[in-house]
Structure formats: C-alpha cells, structure tokens
Ligand binder design. Structure first.
Ligand SMILES: Nc1ncnc2c1ncn2[C@@H]1O[C@H](COP(=O)(O)OP(=O)(O)OP(=O)(O)O)[C@@H](O)[C@H]1O
Ligand SMILES: [Mg+2]
Length: 245
C-alpha cells in the first residue's frame, strides 16, 4: 500500500465551550475524490482551516506527503502542494498580502501590456488553465465584477494554477443552480483525473456528493461518525439519523 497523500490524525480544536473538531482522523490517497459531509456546525470548515493552516490545532497532526504540515503558515502549505477554495469565493486566496500588494504595484508601474504579461508570467500555460475551466472568455474581466458562478470558476483556476496535488474545496457549488453545480464539479473531476490531483470537498447538495465523490466521510458535532463508499453511507443508519433523514 502506498502511504496516503494526506493523513490527519486525532485532530482537536475547541472554541470556548464548543469542541468544533473532536479527535478527527482521516486520510486521502493520490487522485482520490472524497467528500466530507455533515449538518451545519458539524466542523467541516474548521477541519479545512486546520488542514490548510488558517487555524492551529489544539492537538493531533496533519501530514502531507509523509511530512507534518502542522503549524506551517497557509502560503507554505500551499507551496507544499495543497490548494484550496473557500465557502465565499476569494480571488488571490493563494497569495500573501505582501505578494498581492507587490503584484498590483509592479503591474501598475509597467506602461506596456507586454511588459506586464512578461512580469506576471502570463503565458500559454495560464491561458490553458483558463480554457480548461471554461473561463477563457473572461480573461480580461475584472475579478471584482464577475458574476458569482464565474467567480467560483476563477477561484478554482487560481487554486489549480498553483499545481496542487490536493485540492480542498469548501462548499464549491453553494449558491449555484443545479445545472451549474454539476458543470463545475465535472470540470473539477475532469481536471483531477487528468492531472492526478486528489480532491477533498464539503457539500450540502446530496446529488453532488453522491454523483461525484468516490468516498464519503461523515462528521457530526465535530467527530467522524461514518466513512465509506456512497453505497455504504446511504445505507448507514447512524448517518440517516444524524443527517440524511
Ligand atoms: N471562530 C469561531 N469562534 C467560535 N466558534 C466557532 C468559530 N468557528 C466555528 N465555530 C463553531 O464551531 C462549530 C463548527 O463550525 P464550522 O463552521 O466548522 O461548521 P461547518 O460544518 O462548516 O458548518 P456549515 O455547514 O454551516 O458550513 C460550530 O458550532 C461553530 O459555531
Ligand atoms: Mg462550513
């Protein structure tokens, strides 16, 4: 057996009186598409924030590619190969504040579009990512003016442009129409299969979860209550009681 790409062991995080993440262990192997599901407040976003360095765990470990990433800042975790998208779309999410200011400042000082392109490294490979995510027609649009669904795809392009080996997505399809949800997830899965990227995502839409995840992990009140294939989870009485109803 190959070592898992991501290995979370006995992770804990409390906020005041709430144990948001309680003794969570999970793993993701190379190329796998895994969903984390559970009711509102189950601890999904907190878990993602712990794995990607936005929050520091009280106890436990997170190993990526066989090395601990616990306590590393988010940009260092991104450079190790974990990309992420957020529950609220965030452009520039993978850059530090200093990098984004430096980028904008140097771009504003250059007078010529060709110089800006060269400086930013705009080339065929960045255009190829835009084309693969079907946002090539938005290349020259301003990020702040994008429609919500387009912003979600641009955010995904930014996350994938860092060439992650693992992509974390927190509610990637929230707020979209059923058809747009499926289109976005199909783009993600096609990209992941083509480039051998693992995907760990949270989602409340069960059509998306059962349509796209190869394996499911169920959280309830901070703890993992079940894990398995979509068929296992659908048939699990604890999951039905806690979440699926
Ligand atoms: N910064 C914080 N301070 C205090 N409590 C927090 C904080 N962040 C999360 N919590 C609490 O931790 C628990 C888990 O919240 P979290 O946002 O991780 O859940 P979630 O599974 O992502 O929910 P949702 O499906 O609504 O996005 C909740 O009880 C929440 O109120
Ligand atoms: Mg959440």
């Amino acid at each position: 057996m190959n070592a898992p790409l991501l290995e979370v062991s006995s992770l804990w995080k409390s906020f005041d009186a709430v144990d948001a993440v309680r003794n969570v262990s999970l793993s993701v192997t190379g190329g796998e598409i895994v969903a984390v599901i559970g009711p509102n407040g189950a601890g999904k976003t907190t878990l993602f924030n712990l794995m990607h360095g936005e929050l520091v765990a009280d106890a436990g470990d997170v190993r990526f590619d066989e090395r601990s990433i616990l306590g590393l800042p988010t940009h260092a975790i991104a450079r190790r190969g974990i990309g992420r998208t957020f529950q609220v779309p965030a452009t520039f999410a993978s850059m530090t504040v200093r990098e984004s200011v430096a980028l904008v400042r140097s771009a504003s000082e250059a007078r010529d579009a060709a110089v800006v392109s060269a400086m930013l490294g705009i080339d065929a490979s960045s255009d190829a990512i835009l084309a693969r995510l079907r946002v090539a027609d938005l290349s020259n649009a301003h990020c702040g003016a994008l429609a919500y669904g387009d912003a979600k795809r641009v955010e995904l392009a930014l996350a994938l442009a860092t060439k992650p080996r693992l992509l974390l997505m927190d509610e990637p399809t929230a707020g979209m129409t059923p058809r747009a949800r499926r289109e976005l997830m199909q783009l993600v899965v096609d990209f992941a299969h083509a480039d051998n990227v693992s995907v760990l995502f949270t989602e409340h839409d069960m059509d998306i979860v059962f349509g796209f995840a190869e394996r499911l992990i169920v959280l309830d009140r901070g703890a993992v209550i079940a894990e398995g294939t979509p068929e296992d989870i659908r048939a699990n009485p604890d999951v039905r009681a806690a979440y699926l109803g």
